[in-house]
Design a protein around this ligand. Structure first.
Ligand code: NAP
Length: 276
């Protein structure tokens, strides 16, 4: 099997590369310098020349606040890019994997959200990612779309930011009124590989189990690393950001539960292994 990974230098791209390297697959690894997913011609030429069986799109404009002003690029990368890849995959009979986000919801719920819940994105990032989902599904029936959240792995992420800040601060204020599920790229990559092996097409929520706030997540990170920096809970209003954050975006991996089985660990197990 030949697998094309776009955005391969990102957090998820790196983890997928690692896990697929231990399997009997031929990998085509690309990032924006080799294959810009927003360039239709480049995408078609690359896909027709290399003829992958599966395209896994790990490329995205993930700077949520910047998307609010960098609107055209947000739509180009998060919506048109997935469309180009999905249509090119369809033209050679290949499958497409697209990664989406909890930001497709408005965050006003109080129960874990399933794939059957109505979307209502509140940010440019969220709207562009939702369009990415729709266009992916529209241009190729052989799609896997996975919504994940609070992702960390090999790259820049919240965990690394907090560890860095702890080096220079005795006290840190962290938001305690946004609820979500921190998710390791290790768990997400495992699910992607399993879905592709089983040809279990469709839309899936894919986050680690359980939920916490950013404050609680930080407390656990510091506890596991033996860091003494004091963590003080604060409200979202104390940290205004250009893009509105969902207050509650806990996802339930309901489609996994109903089909392949939910193999994702609790967020506590996953962060413990990551920090070790
Ligand atoms: N990070 C999170 O907390 C989170 C949460 C929910 C969902 N997600 C989704 O999960 C997926 C993986 O996220 P991640 O954290 O691994 O992302 P990431 O680390 O930001 O990696 C994204 C990669 O895409 C590349 N890229 C940007 N524009 C491109 C283009 N036009 N063509 C090809 N490559 C391009 C980036 O290159 P440059 O760095 O050079 O721009 C980067 O290497 C994304 O779809 C994201 O929306 C992430």
């Amino acid at each position: 099997m030949k697998v094309l990974i776009t955005g391969a230098n990102g957090q998820l791209g790196r983890e997928l590369t690692k896990q697929y390297s231990e399997k009997n697959v031929e990998l085509l690894l690309t990032d924006v310098a080799d294959l810009d997913i927003t360039n239709v011609k480049q995408v078609y030429d690359y896909v027709h020349h290399h003829r992958p069986d599966v395209i896994i799109n790990c490329a995205a404009h993930t700077a949520v606040d910047k998307c609010e002003t960098d609107v055209d690029n947000a739509y180009k990368i998060n919506a048109m890019g997935p469309k180009n890849l999905s249509a090119a995959a369809y033209s050679i009979g290949a499958e497409i994997v697209q990664i989406s986000t909890d930001y497709v919801f408005d965050g006003e719920d109080s129960e874990p959200l399933t794939e059957f819940c109505a979307t209502n994105p509140q940010t440019v990032y969220g709207v562009s990612k939702l369009q990415g989902e729709k266009l992916t599904a529209q241009f190729n029936p052989k799609y896997y779309i996975l919504r994940t959240a609070w992702l960390y792995g090999d790259g820049n992420n919240f965990v690394k930011t907090m560890l860095k800040l702890s080096e220079t601060n005795n006290t840190l204020k962290v938001v305690n009124d946004q609820h979500g599920s921190p998710t390791s790229t290790v768990d997400l990559a495992r699910v992607i590989i399993k879905l592709v092996e089983e040809k279990n097409y469709g839309l899936f929520h894919a986050t680690c189990k359980g939920q916490c706030t950013w404050y609680e997540f930080t407390k656990e990170i510091f506890r596991l690393k033996g860091i003494n920096t004091e963590v003080v809970p604060c409200t979202t209003e104390e940290f205004p950001r250009p893009a509105k954050r969902p207050k509650y975006s806990v996802l339930r991996n309901y489609m996994l539960e109903l089909t392949t089985g939910d193999i994702m660990r609790t967020w506590q197990e996953a962060i413990e292994e990551y920090l070790r």
